[in-house]
Design a protein around this ligand. Structure first.
Ligand code: F6R
Length: 596
């Protein structure tokens, strides 16, 4: 769950390029950081803390070189200390390594290396790698072979990059952790993700598991770990480097919340024909699933819960599973399609659930934001949500884009009866989201309730996942206790928690039986003196029982779920801002969770 960068060919700009790249990767982890530069030898500067701490540490150093690697860390082995920060070195200091992932056999390798006389200076699993390379170099093997041999001994997940003293080359390899090359003119980059080098090039090569890359003044090569040549595709990145800046917003999260109209338009583009009332997802082929099993984590799991309802309501059996639980008791799959919903396409729990399904012969699909991600490459089908890069750790625009993408999938795969209504409401969504963004009273509500002890969110049907997501967002970025419940469940226990100090946010849309029942649940909490905030389209009389109303335009219940969520995103954002939280980088969290 760390970020890696490497570059060759940037001359005097090398160090700045590495540090700039790390700042773009900070969303992957941010408890320590470091860089290594290869010149005649190898020099390393690293520190616990964020990239700004690394910048300060570098001010006092005279680091030079035109080949380098860098790392921003999110701890898995050992606490975030200077010693545990990457790069890690061997006993001679001639080898430096950065790594993302978990080396499962590190303890036995470490015992063996210590037995052979090596001295370790960190608690990390990564440190075995430079010592293995050192052994091979001492045995007279050339650096490239030494790195290949060292990597061949690793079990587990890794993206690694290595530099060796006296060689202007970066060596890299991946297994189960992302790594992508950036191809510039006379300069080559590698990184865990494209934003790290997007300012310099839009030409990329995604490494696959088991591949090995070599970057030097001559250019780059990709082979298997055994040295056999492989065919690589050069892809062009279509989004602009500007898209990863804050564009005047105080936080990436706020910018990304406001990017939703555009993101939703992109998701819909070329996929719906409003006149004909049809959805075109033919590039996925004829899937006709007899059932759908969704696997996902966190926010993506909430989107999956919503997606499962879409399919069930179209007559297809569908269930959403927490990816981390799926493999512990894999349900009978039969002819079901197993769909991993994952923004990053790199979440270890989701990848492992998809692999468990594939092992049982299932057809798999991912609904993801990242082209070339591991999920996209490993699944039989990939459906892209096209939200553009999301930097804020808390998912916002990618959740609404997942909701829209899942609507398209459900419509495209199931041919439901009221397609035209839904399609119209989807086409209207970008404009309606913009209206909510322009008119939302969420900031004022946040001011009123910023000191509450706990927050509860309730909703039914399509609004149940929205209630869960509202609560997750609130706890993630405000560090306050928040829970989401199915409205009907409140009276089965959680009602005991409701007091005049616990605001209840009730999502009530439409005028059907479900909405009327939720209004009944609202009366139950109002009778216990809890402040009530209704998120409502005005079709019920819920406003009579509410202290505040966050209004949404009247639309199809599926689209209403996206609009209601927009208010709740703003509510959490403004509450966190009032409390002075680190909104884009909440404590203990990382954007992409590549460990189980
Ligand atoms: C919450 C959040 C996380 C992710 C989860 C899955 O705001 O972002 O809960 O949704 O870690 O990540 P992806 O979607 O990348 O698989």
């Amino acid at each position: 769950m760390c970020g890696i960068i490497g570059c060759v060919g940037r001359g005097d700009e090398t160090l700045d390029t590495l540090v700039h790249g790390l700042s773009k990767l900070e969303y992957r982890g941010y408890d320590s950081a470091g860089v290594a530069m290869a010149n005649g030898g190898v020099d390393v500067v690293k520190t616990a803390g964020e990239i700004d701490d690394l910048r300060r540490t570098l001010e006092g150093s005279a680091l030079t070189g035109d080949v380098g690697i860098g790392h921003t860390r999110w701890s898995t082995h050992g606490p975030p200390t200077d010693a545990n920060a990457h790069p890690h070195q061997d006993c001679t200091g001639d080898v430096a390594v950065v790594h993302n992932g978990i080396i499962e056999n590190y303890q036995s390798l470490r015992d063996e290396l210590v037995g052979a006389g090596h001295t370790f200076t960190s608690d990390t699993d990564t440190e075995v790698v430079p010592h293995l390379v050192e052994d091979a170099l001492e045995a007279g093997v050339d650096p490239e072979r030494a790195v290949r041999d060292a990597i061949a001994r690793l079990e587990g997940s890794y993206a690694v990059a290595v530099v060796v003293a006296g060689h202007s080359t970066v060596y890299a390899a991946r297994n189960d952790s992302p790594l992508v090359l950036g191809l510039g003119e006379d300069e080559t980059f590698l990184a865990s993700d494209v934003p790290a080098f997007r300012d310099y090039t839009d030409q990329v090569v995604y490494l696959a598991d088991g591949e090995f890359a070599r970057l030097d003044a001559e250019g780059w090569t990709v082979t298997t770990l055994d040295g056999e040549s492989v065919e690589t595709d050069v892809d062009t990145i279509e989004w602009d480097p500007e898209e990863t800046g804050k564009s005047g917003y105080d936080h990436y999260m706020l910018k990304e919340i406001h990017e939703q109209p555009r993101a939703l338009r992109q998701c819909l583009r070329g996929r719906v024909d409003e006149m004909a009332g049809t959805v075109d997802i033919e590039d996925l082929g004829d899937l006709s699933p007899t059932g759908v099993q969704f696997v996902a984590c966190g926010t993506s799991y909430h989107a999956a819960l919503y997606g499962a309802q879409l399919f069930r309501n179209a007559g297809i059996p569908a269930q959403a599973f927490l990816a981390s639980e799926y493999a512990t008791s894999v349900p009978p799959i039969g002819d079901a399609l197993v769909v991993g919903v994952t923004q990053s396409g790199e979440t270890a729990d989701t990848l492992s659930a998809l692999r468990a399904a594939r092992k049982r012969g299932a057809r798999t699909m991912t609904v993801t934001n990242v082209v070339g991600s591991t999920a996209a490459r490993e699944c039989d089908h990939a459906f892209y949500i096209r939200a553009g890069p999301e930097i804020g750790v808390a998912a916002s625009k990618t959740f609404s884009s997942q909701q829209v993408a899942l609507n398209l999938l459900a419509l495209g795969m199931t041919r439901t009866v009221d397609t035209r209504d839904v399609i119209t409401s989807l086409r209207e969504l970008p404009g309606n989201v913009q209206r909510v963004l322009d008119e939302s009273a969420a900031e004022a509500v946040a001011e009123v309730y910023q000191d509450a002890d706990a927050y509860f969110f309730i909703g039914r049907g399509y609004q149940h996942p929205v209630a869960l997501e509202g609560a997750l967002k609130m706890k993630e970025i405000t560090y306050k206790h928040a829970e989401g419940f199915a409205s009907g469940e409140l009276k089965h226990g959680p009602l005991a928690l409701v007091t005049e100090h616990t605001p209840v946010f009730a999502v009530v849309t439409g005028d059907g039986e479900q909405a009327r029942k939720t209004v009944g649940n609202v009366k139950e909490v109002e009778a216990r003196d809890a402040p009530v905030v209704a998120i409502s389209d005005g079709q019920t009389d819920v406003a009579r029982y509410a202290d505040h109303v966050l209004e949404i335009p009247e639309t199809h219940p599926r689209a209403a779920a996206v609009l209601a969520n927009t208010h709740l995103q703003l509510l959490s954002y403004h509450t966190a801002a009032l409390l002075g939280r680190n909104i884009d980088k909440p404590r203990n969290l990382a954007k992409s969770v590549t460990v189980e």
